[in-house]
Design a protein around this ligand. Structure first.
Ligand SMILES: [Mg+2]
Length: 291
Protein backbone atom coordinates (compact mmCIF):
# COMPACT_ATOMS: atom_id res chain seq x y z
CA UNK A 1 0.00 0.00 0.00
CA UNK A 2 1.55 3.29 -1.02
CA UNK A 3 1.34 6.41 1.12
CA UNK A 4 -0.42 9.42 -0.38
CA UNK A 5 1.49 12.73 -0.39
CA UNK A 6 -0.84 14.06 2.28
CA UNK A 7 0.25 11.25 4.64
CA UNK A 8 3.91 11.99 4.06
CA UNK A 9 3.58 15.71 4.73
CA UNK A 10 1.54 15.26 7.93
CA UNK A 11 3.15 16.66 11.09
CA UNK A 12 4.12 14.22 13.83
CA UNK A 13 1.20 13.75 16.21
CA UNK A 14 3.36 13.13 19.28
CA UNK A 15 6.71 14.05 20.77
CA UNK A 16 9.53 11.49 20.47
CA UNK A 17 11.87 10.17 23.17
CA UNK A 18 14.95 11.76 21.57
CA UNK A 19 15.81 13.84 18.51
CA UNK A 20 18.84 13.24 16.29
CA UNK A 21 19.51 16.10 13.90
CA UNK A 22 21.68 16.33 10.83
CA UNK A 23 23.16 19.85 10.75
CA UNK A 24 23.89 21.08 7.20
CA UNK A 25 20.63 21.70 5.35
CA UNK A 26 18.62 20.75 8.45
CA UNK A 27 19.61 23.09 11.33
CA UNK A 28 21.51 25.62 9.23
CA UNK A 29 22.51 26.34 5.66
CA UNK A 30 25.87 28.02 5.28
CA UNK A 31 26.06 30.53 8.12
CA UNK A 32 22.34 30.94 8.79
CA UNK A 33 20.05 28.97 11.07
CA UNK A 34 17.05 27.65 9.17
CA UNK A 35 13.58 28.96 10.09
CA UNK A 36 12.29 27.54 13.36
CA UNK A 37 15.48 25.58 14.19
CA UNK A 38 16.39 27.52 17.32
CA UNK A 39 12.97 27.63 18.94
CA UNK A 40 12.45 23.94 18.18
CA UNK A 41 15.70 22.87 19.86
CA UNK A 42 15.11 25.22 22.80
CA UNK A 43 11.58 23.84 23.30
CA UNK A 44 12.69 20.19 23.12
CA UNK A 45 15.42 20.84 25.68
CA UNK A 46 12.96 22.72 27.91
CA UNK A 47 10.87 19.56 27.94
CA UNK A 48 13.91 17.49 28.92
CA UNK A 49 14.01 15.60 25.62
CA UNK A 50 17.53 14.60 24.51
CA UNK A 51 18.80 16.35 21.37
CA UNK A 52 21.84 15.10 19.45
CA UNK A 53 23.60 16.39 16.34
CA UNK A 54 25.26 14.33 13.61
CA UNK A 55 27.35 15.20 10.59
CA UNK A 56 29.04 13.14 7.89
CA UNK A 57 31.51 15.98 7.30
CA UNK A 58 35.06 15.08 8.48
CA UNK A 59 36.58 18.52 7.82
CA UNK A 60 35.58 19.85 11.25
CA UNK A 61 35.82 18.28 14.70
CA UNK A 62 32.97 18.32 17.25
CA UNK A 63 34.49 21.37 19.00
CA UNK A 64 34.27 23.34 15.76
CA UNK A 65 30.61 22.32 15.33
CA UNK A 66 29.90 23.36 18.94
CA UNK A 67 31.54 26.74 18.22
CA UNK A 68 29.51 27.17 15.04
CA UNK A 69 26.21 26.30 16.74
CA UNK A 70 27.05 28.71 19.59
CA UNK A 71 27.91 31.47 17.10
CA UNK A 72 24.51 30.94 15.48
CA UNK A 73 22.84 31.24 18.89
CA UNK A 74 22.41 27.55 19.73
CA UNK A 75 24.76 26.75 22.62
CA UNK A 76 25.41 22.98 22.51
CA UNK A 77 27.69 20.81 24.67
CA UNK A 78 30.32 19.07 22.55
CA UNK A 79 29.15 15.69 23.94
CA UNK A 80 25.88 16.13 22.03
CA UNK A 81 27.72 16.29 18.67
CA UNK A 82 29.15 13.35 16.70
CA UNK A 83 30.64 13.33 13.23
CA UNK A 84 32.81 11.09 11.06
CA UNK A 85 36.00 12.38 12.72
CA UNK A 86 34.85 10.77 15.98
CA UNK A 87 33.34 7.67 14.41
CA UNK A 88 36.23 6.88 12.01
CA UNK A 89 38.75 7.20 14.85
CA UNK A 90 36.69 4.85 17.05
CA UNK A 91 36.21 2.41 14.17
CA UNK A 92 39.96 2.15 13.50
CA UNK A 93 40.75 1.66 17.20
CA UNK A 94 38.13 -1.08 17.51
CA UNK A 95 38.61 -2.84 14.16
CA UNK A 96 42.22 -2.19 13.08
CA UNK A 97 44.14 -1.82 16.34
CA UNK A 98 47.80 -1.05 15.70
CA UNK A 99 47.29 -0.59 11.94
CA UNK A 100 49.29 2.10 10.17
CA UNK A 101 46.95 4.40 8.29
CA UNK A 102 47.34 6.86 5.44
CA UNK A 103 44.68 9.55 5.91
CA UNK A 104 43.62 11.36 2.76
CA UNK A 105 42.13 14.00 5.00
CA UNK A 106 42.14 17.50 6.34
CA UNK A 107 43.61 18.57 9.66
CA UNK A 108 40.75 17.66 12.07
CA UNK A 109 40.78 13.96 11.12
CA UNK A 110 44.59 13.78 11.15
CA UNK A 111 44.63 15.51 14.55
CA UNK A 112 42.06 13.06 15.96
CA UNK A 113 44.10 10.07 14.73
CA UNK A 114 47.25 11.54 16.31
CA UNK A 115 45.46 12.19 19.62
CA UNK A 116 44.18 8.59 19.60
CA UNK A 117 47.71 7.26 19.04
CA UNK A 118 46.91 5.79 15.61
CA UNK A 119 50.17 5.28 13.63
CA UNK A 120 50.24 7.21 10.34
CA UNK A 121 52.55 7.01 7.34
CA UNK A 122 52.76 8.10 3.71
CA UNK A 123 55.17 5.28 2.87
CA UNK A 124 53.17 2.74 0.80
CA UNK A 125 55.33 -0.11 2.14
CA UNK A 126 54.05 0.58 5.69
CA UNK A 127 50.40 1.45 5.09
CA UNK A 128 47.74 -1.03 6.26
CA UNK A 129 44.67 1.16 5.80
CA UNK A 130 44.02 4.01 3.37
CA UNK A 131 41.36 6.34 4.80
CA UNK A 132 39.54 8.31 2.11
CA UNK A 133 37.65 11.40 3.26
CA UNK A 134 36.49 14.85 2.20
CA UNK A 135 39.92 16.37 1.51
CA UNK A 136 40.25 19.65 -0.32
CA UNK A 137 44.01 19.06 -0.45
CA UNK A 138 43.57 15.83 -2.48
CA UNK A 139 46.15 15.54 -5.29
CA UNK A 140 47.94 13.09 -7.60
CA UNK A 141 50.63 12.39 -4.98
CA UNK A 142 48.07 11.15 -2.48
CA UNK A 143 46.35 9.05 -5.17
CA UNK A 144 49.72 7.48 -6.10
CA UNK A 145 50.48 6.61 -2.46
CA UNK A 146 47.04 4.99 -2.06
CA UNK A 147 47.49 3.14 -5.38
CA UNK A 148 50.94 1.83 -4.38
CA UNK A 149 49.82 0.73 -0.91
CA UNK A 150 46.68 -1.04 -2.18
CA UNK A 151 47.56 -2.25 -5.70
CA UNK A 152 51.36 -2.47 -5.97
CA UNK A 153 52.26 -3.65 -2.45
CA UNK A 154 48.93 -5.52 -2.06
CA UNK A 155 48.83 -4.74 1.63
CA UNK A 156 46.42 -1.91 2.35
CA UNK A 157 42.63 -1.92 2.53
CA UNK A 158 40.47 1.09 1.70
CA UNK A 159 37.93 2.63 4.09
CA UNK A 160 36.06 5.94 3.85
CA UNK A 161 34.52 8.47 6.17
CA UNK A 162 31.32 9.22 4.26
CA UNK A 163 29.42 8.36 1.07
CA UNK A 164 28.43 11.91 0.10
CA UNK A 165 29.09 12.85 -3.53
CA UNK A 166 29.11 16.56 -2.82
CA UNK A 167 28.64 18.95 0.07
CA UNK A 168 25.78 21.40 -0.56
CA UNK A 169 26.37 25.15 -0.28
CA UNK A 170 23.89 28.04 -0.34
CA UNK A 171 22.59 29.21 -3.73
CA UNK A 172 22.68 25.67 -5.10
CA UNK A 173 26.47 25.39 -5.28
CA UNK A 174 28.58 22.66 -3.65
CA UNK A 175 31.97 20.97 -3.32
CA UNK A 176 33.04 17.45 -4.38
CA UNK A 177 32.98 15.29 -1.25
CA UNK A 178 34.44 11.97 -0.07
CA UNK A 179 32.68 9.74 -2.64
CA UNK A 180 34.68 11.39 -5.44
CA UNK A 181 37.99 10.53 -3.73
CA UNK A 182 36.88 7.00 -2.84
CA UNK A 183 35.83 6.48 -6.48
CA UNK A 184 39.22 7.67 -7.79
CA UNK A 185 41.03 5.11 -5.61
CA UNK A 186 38.59 2.31 -6.44
CA UNK A 187 38.89 3.08 -10.15
CA UNK A 188 42.67 2.74 -10.33
CA UNK A 189 43.07 -0.12 -7.83
CA UNK A 190 39.89 -2.04 -8.73
CA UNK A 191 39.60 -2.62 -4.96
CA UNK A 192 36.22 -1.84 -3.40
CA UNK A 193 36.03 0.26 -0.28
CA UNK A 194 35.61 -2.02 2.73
CA UNK A 195 33.54 0.22 4.98
CA UNK A 196 32.04 3.71 4.92
CA UNK A 197 31.39 4.74 8.52
CA UNK A 198 29.21 7.81 7.89
CA UNK A 199 25.43 7.89 7.49
CA UNK A 200 23.58 5.71 6.37
CA UNK A 201 25.81 3.35 8.36
CA UNK A 202 23.97 2.79 11.69
CA UNK A 203 27.36 3.11 13.46
CA UNK A 204 26.62 6.85 13.40
CA UNK A 205 23.41 6.41 15.38
CA UNK A 206 25.18 4.34 17.98
CA UNK A 207 27.67 7.20 18.31
CA UNK A 208 24.84 9.71 18.71
CA UNK A 209 22.59 7.81 21.09
CA UNK A 210 25.09 5.49 22.79
CA UNK A 211 25.15 7.49 26.04
CA UNK A 212 21.36 7.43 26.42
CA UNK A 213 19.43 4.58 27.96
CA UNK A 214 16.69 4.41 25.36
CA UNK A 215 15.35 2.33 22.52
CA UNK A 216 16.34 3.99 19.21
CA UNK A 217 12.92 2.99 17.88
CA UNK A 218 11.42 5.69 20.13
CA UNK A 219 13.75 8.38 18.75
CA UNK A 220 13.41 10.27 15.49
CA UNK A 221 16.13 11.01 12.91
CA UNK A 222 15.81 14.40 11.23
CA UNK A 223 17.79 15.20 8.08
CA UNK A 224 17.58 16.68 4.60
CA UNK A 225 19.18 13.84 2.62
CA UNK A 226 17.27 10.72 1.61
CA UNK A 227 20.37 8.69 0.74
CA UNK A 228 22.08 9.21 4.12
CA UNK A 229 19.89 10.60 6.95
CA UNK A 230 16.64 8.91 5.99
CA UNK A 231 18.26 5.69 4.76
CA UNK A 232 19.99 5.28 8.14
CA UNK A 233 16.66 5.68 9.95
CA UNK A 234 15.02 3.16 7.60
CA UNK A 235 17.81 0.63 8.22
CA UNK A 236 17.42 0.92 11.98
CA UNK A 237 13.61 0.97 12.08
CA UNK A 238 13.46 4.53 13.42
CA UNK A 239 10.95 7.20 12.57
CA UNK A 240 12.38 9.96 10.40
CA UNK A 241 11.59 13.45 9.23
CA UNK A 242 12.96 15.24 6.20
CA UNK A 243 12.79 19.04 6.13
CA UNK A 244 12.65 20.47 2.61
CA UNK A 245 15.38 22.99 3.42
CA UNK A 246 18.35 21.07 2.03
CA UNK A 247 19.03 18.62 -0.74
CA UNK A 248 16.20 16.13 -1.19
CA UNK A 249 12.72 16.93 -2.48
CA UNK A 250 9.18 15.66 -1.81
CA UNK A 251 9.09 14.28 -5.37
CA UNK A 252 12.24 12.25 -4.71
CA UNK A 253 10.75 10.92 -1.48
CA UNK A 254 7.55 9.91 -3.27
CA UNK A 255 9.54 8.16 -6.00
CA UNK A 256 10.95 5.74 -3.41
CA UNK A 257 9.44 2.46 -2.35
CA UNK A 258 7.08 3.27 0.59
CA UNK A 259 9.34 1.33 3.00
CA UNK A 260 12.28 3.60 2.06
CA UNK A 261 10.46 6.91 2.54
CA UNK A 262 10.77 9.27 5.50
CA UNK A 263 7.91 9.10 8.00
CA UNK A 264 7.38 12.86 7.63
CA UNK A 265 8.34 15.44 5.00
CA UNK A 266 8.16 18.93 6.54
CA UNK A 267 8.37 22.36 4.93
CA UNK A 268 10.17 23.67 8.04
CA UNK A 269 11.90 21.90 10.87
CA UNK A 270 9.81 23.25 13.75
CA UNK A 271 6.81 21.28 12.43
CA UNK A 272 8.36 18.40 14.33
CA UNK A 273 6.37 19.76 17.25
CA UNK A 274 2.82 18.34 17.07
CA UNK A 275 0.36 20.83 15.55
CA UNK A 276 -1.73 21.47 18.65
CA UNK A 277 1.38 22.18 20.71
CA UNK A 278 2.73 24.44 17.94
CA UNK A 279 -0.41 26.55 18.15
CA UNK A 280 -0.51 26.36 21.95
CA UNK A 281 3.01 27.84 22.02
CA UNK A 282 1.75 30.70 19.87
CA UNK A 283 4.13 29.85 17.02
CA UNK A 284 3.40 31.02 13.50
CA UNK A 285 5.52 31.01 10.34
CA UNK A 286 6.19 34.73 10.75
CA UNK A 287 6.76 35.22 14.46
CA UNK A 288 9.94 33.16 14.89
CA UNK A 289 11.96 35.58 17.01
CA UNK A 290 15.38 34.23 16.02
CA UNK A 291 15.20 34.88 12.27
MG1 LIG B 1 22.40 17.63 5.49
Amino acid sequence: MSAAPTDLTAWPTRLHDAYVFDMDGTIYLGDDLLPGAKRLVVELRRRGLPVRFLSNNPTKDPDQYAEKLARLGLETPVEEIANTVVVMTRWLLANRPGATVFPIAEEPLIRAFAQAGIPMSDNPEEIDVVVASYDRGFDYRKLQIAFDAIWYHRRATLVATNPDRFCPFPQGRGEPDCAAITAAIEACTQTPCEVVVGKPNPIMLTAALGDLDLDPAGAIMVGDRLSTDIQMAVRTGMHSAMPLTGESTLEEALALDPAERPTHVLDRIDRLIPAELWHELGWTEDNDPVI
